[in-house]
Write a protein that binds this ligand. Structure first.
Ligand code: NAP
Length: 296
């Protein structure tokens, strides 16, 4: 258990609880549980959810241009009155945007929507959007060079990728000056992505895990009930803890205040034996998208 890098406890000014941070290879600290915003609707619900999350102690918020709600997330951040330096904000470059200047422009749009003047992490959302680009390797490299320059200018504190398989990582790494610091992938019981996690571990690249609750499908997985009862926690808490014990930073989404709060309460330990049993469960759903063959 535990990350190879330094682990520090930070007590943030706002937010009731302390949040453990892990260090990326460039020393930037990332809070070990993130708040997801996919499918959080435009309008007040999302503004209030973001405010509730920050109030409860989340300091890490996962956004993306394609979610269509960065203005609401930005408003929630602003209205929370939290010191910007105590937050870790991620966004992602969508599939229809590739190229040097195009990436700079998309990044600036995201910053403007979020009402921020820098991002903590910016990711290429998917490696191979065949719908928009044939020559994806070349296009990713152009975008990556723009991200490297934004990083050098201090406008992004860390740069990374999402949904990248080993070969996509290698294609970037062979052609880049700064290797990715993070890869964001789907991770939950029944979706373990061991090959890419092993690769990232070897390369000192932090793995963040999206859909830690399989976008809600884990609640239909009967095999998890035994473990949630054993530890006296909800299935959501079990899955969030499960990700942490696999050295994956869970990014969990909710717009429901009680759930937002409860999802941070994961201060228990799943035994090694039970981790192995949960590893073997295959019925918890998942999107199982092949990132070489996406249609969006
Ligand atoms: P998730 O976090 O796995 O699950 C969210 C669902 O679970 C929502 O329906 C939520 O409902 C419900 N939920 C949350 N906590 C609960 C609890 N304690 N009890 C019962 N239900 C609960 O889903 P996700 O949105 O797919 O993934 C999380 C985040 O990862 C996203 O929001 C996004 O930021 C990121 N993501 C990234 C990618 C990528 O390609 N990089 C892809 C997917 C997701 P309510 O909201 O109604 O409470």
């Amino acid at each position: 258990m535990g990350y190879r890098k330094e682990v520090r406890k930070n007590k943030f000014e706002k937010g009731g609880d302390s949040m453990t941070n892990i260090a990326l290879y460039n020393g930037i600290l990332m809070p070990e549980i993130g708040f997801g915003t996919w499918k959080a609707p435009t309008g007040k619900v999302t503004v209030e959810a973001v405010k509730a999350a920050i109030e409860c102690g989340y300091t890490h918020i996962d956004c993306a241009a394609i979610y269509g709600n960065e203005k609401e997330v930005g408003l929630g951040i602003k209205e929370s009155n939290v010191d910007r330096k105590n937050l870790f904000i991620t966004s992602k470059l969508w599939n229809d945007v590739r190229g040097y200047q195009e990436t700079i422009d998309a990044f600036n749009q995201t910053l403007s929507d979020l009402q921020l003047d820098y991002l903590d992490l910016y990711l290429i959302h998917w490696p191979r959007p065949v719908k928009y680009h044939d020559n994806y390797i070349e296009k990713n490299i152009e975008s990556w060079k723009a991200m490297e320059d934004l990083y050098k200018q201090g406008k992004i504190k860390a740069i990374g990728v999402s949904n990248f398989k080993v070969h996509h990582m290698e294609e970037i790494m062979e052609n880049c000056e700064i290797k990715p610091m993070v890869n964001q992938i789907e991770f939950h019981p029944s979706c373990l992505e061991k090959e890419i996690r092993d690769f990232c571990k070897k390369e000192d690249i932090v793995v963040t895990g999206y859909s830690p609750l399989a976008n809600g499908k884990v609640f239909e997985c009967k095999e998890l009930v035994e473990f949630s009862e054993k530890y006296g926690v909800s299935i959501a808490q079990l899955c969030i803890r499960y990700a942490l014990q696999h050295n994956v930073i869970p990014l969990v989404k909710s717009v429901t205040k009680e759930r937002i709060k409860a999802n941070l309460n994961v201060n228990f330990v799943i035994s090694d034996e039970d981790m192995e049993k949960i590893d073997k469960i295959t019925t918890c759903g998942g999107s199982y998208k092949d990132s070489d063959n996406i249609l969006f």
